[in-house]
Write a protein that binds this ligand. Structure first.
Ligand code: FES
Length: 200
């Protein structure tokens, strides 16, 4: 992995240059700075495609700031405020365990322990470059607690066993099915609906 200085040559790919122009075009003239968040997100994805790690080295943040003609410091303020932007390299699969109260009461600590038992360490990239573990605040899926986010997908209704199975599947190169890991549709009751069973 090159140092941050090694990314001073960062440029959009042809496809992402078009995407960036489309995003900037959503905002009125003179308000292009409003595109800072989606552009940083796009840059982080390009980093994942090009380096296998979704993160934002300083030169990449500066590149985006320059494109939006905004002070580089303002772009850095955004990147450092939101946990969705990674300021150091992460594994190909960023496992974000929710540790807020509903998930904590439903076993988030056991989910963390299962991740650690699999070799993941908080804030570190595993030796094979595959995983980074983070603890995050509520991700808005409390109804299916405990849950984790892996890259863009939620894995819900977890147990230590299903968490381990998900990590094993990623390690094998598979994409495990996201969503509830028990027999229910979205956040419907376990075993099926209990009300409104018939169409009125
Ligand atoms: S507390 Fe975990 S998703 Fe809300």
């Amino acid at each position: 992995m090159p140092s941050a200085g090694g990314f001073s040559g960062f440029r959009w790919t042809e496809a992402n240059a078009l995407r960036a122009a489309e995003i900037i075009g959503r905002y009125p003239p003179g308000r292009q700075q409003s595109a800072i968040m989606p552009l940083l997100w796009l840059a982080q994805y390009q980093m994942l495609e090009q380096t296998g790690s979704a993160w934002l080295p300083l030169p990449v943040i500066e590149y985006v700031a320059d494109q939006l003609q905004m002070p580089r410091m303002r772009a850095l303020e955004v990147a450092t405020f939101y946990t969705m932007y990674n300021l150091k390299p992460v594994g190909r699969f960023h496992v974000q365990v929710c540790g807020t109260t509903p998930c904590m009461l439903r076993g988030a600590e056991d989910i963390m322990a299962a991740c650690r038992a699999f070799g993941l360490k908080t804030g570190e990239v595993t030796h094979n470059g595959l995983f980074t573990l983070s603890e995050v605040e509520c991700l808005g899926a409390c109804v299916n607690a405990p849950m984790v986010q892996v890259n863009d997908d939620f894995y819900e209704d977890l147990t230590p066993e299903t968490m381990t199975a998900i990590l094993e599947a990623f390690a094998r190169g598979e994409t495990p099915r996201p969503g509830p890991q028990v027999g229910r549709q979205f956040s419907a009751p376990l075993g099926g609906p209990t009300t409104l069973r018939e169409l009125a």
